[in-house]
Ligand binder design. Structure first.
Ligand SMILES: [Zn+2]
Length: 79
């Protein structure tokens, strides 16, 4: 009887181990992360700081070109 219980515990822990192995692989490539393009750096034209594009503030200049800023203070200076 004890041996059956031991096998049940072993099987249960094996299932948990396998599911844990597959879970991080799914978390690495969610479709939303690819759309946001994390890790792409853009330069703030006011202070020269490089900012992650997904976090940078944007504004369009007179020519309609998108410019990136590290903060609201830099965006105000550009105008
Ligand atoms: Zn800046």
């Amino acid at each position: 009887m004890l041996r059956y219980l031991l096998w049940a515990v072993l099987a249960f822990s094996l299932v948990r181990l396998v599911s844990r192995l597959f879970r991080p692989e799914r978390a690495q490539s969610p479709p939303s992360a690819q759309a946001a393009e994390p890790g792409v750096l853009v330069q703030d034209s006011v202070c020269g700081t490089f900012v992650d594009r997904s976090r940078a503030l944007t504004a369009r200049d007179q020519t309609g070109e998108v410019r990136y800023f590290c903060s609201e203070a830099c965006r105000r200076k550009a105008r």
